[in-house]
Ligand binder design. Structure first.
Ligand SMILES: [Zn+2]
Length: 153
């Protein structure tokens, strides 16, 4: 369940093909950085404001669907984006869908629109959406966080 039942106004049956390929709204993406783990949940959520106290949520991944939720529900979803500075967030915003100067009110305080982290190997700063955090570091490398260039070497 994406949000507690009490926040769901309506859930609609929908064919997967009906979900738009590029829905409007603010997009949240599951940050899949561990290559040996297969993600088996929802990994994409679009939050589309409907006016008033209603938001449409289109989501997909292993499961998919559409629901209408309250503003409390959206705040609950926003909590997925809260994380400690030195952590790799498990959910991130798609920065192109957010106005950094006027971020959505339902984001937790201090949410970074496009957080970055340094690669443990080359020390290059990269977006947390472009990293790999393998269970074991590649041969000849130390650390836990790698940029894609180092990982693919
Ligand atoms: Zn690197």
């Amino acid at each position: 369940m994406l949000v507690p039942e009490e926040y769901i106004i309506e859930e609609t049956e929908i064919d997967e093909r009906e979900l738009e390929r590029d829905p409007p709204g603010v997009h949240l993406r599951y940050n899949h950085t561990e290559p040996s783990v297969i993600s088996d949940g929802v990994d994409f959520i679009a939050v589309i404001e409907q006016g008033g106290d209603e938001f449409r949520i289109d989501y997909w991944g292993y499961a998919f669907g559409r629901m209408y939720i309250t503003s409390e529900g959206v705040q609950e979803l926003g909590q997925r984006l809260s994380y400690e500075d030195d952590d790799i967030p498990s959910w991130t915003l798609v920065p192109e869908t957010v106005d950094a100067n006027d971020p959505p009110w339902w984001l937790p305080d201090g949410t970074a629109i496009d957080p970055t982290v340094a690669c443990d190997n080359c020390e290059e700063t990269v977006s947390v959406r472009e990293i790999v955090t393998p269970r074991r570091p590649p041969v000849d490398m130390e650390g836990a966080v790698f940029c894609r260039d180092c990982w693919e070497q």
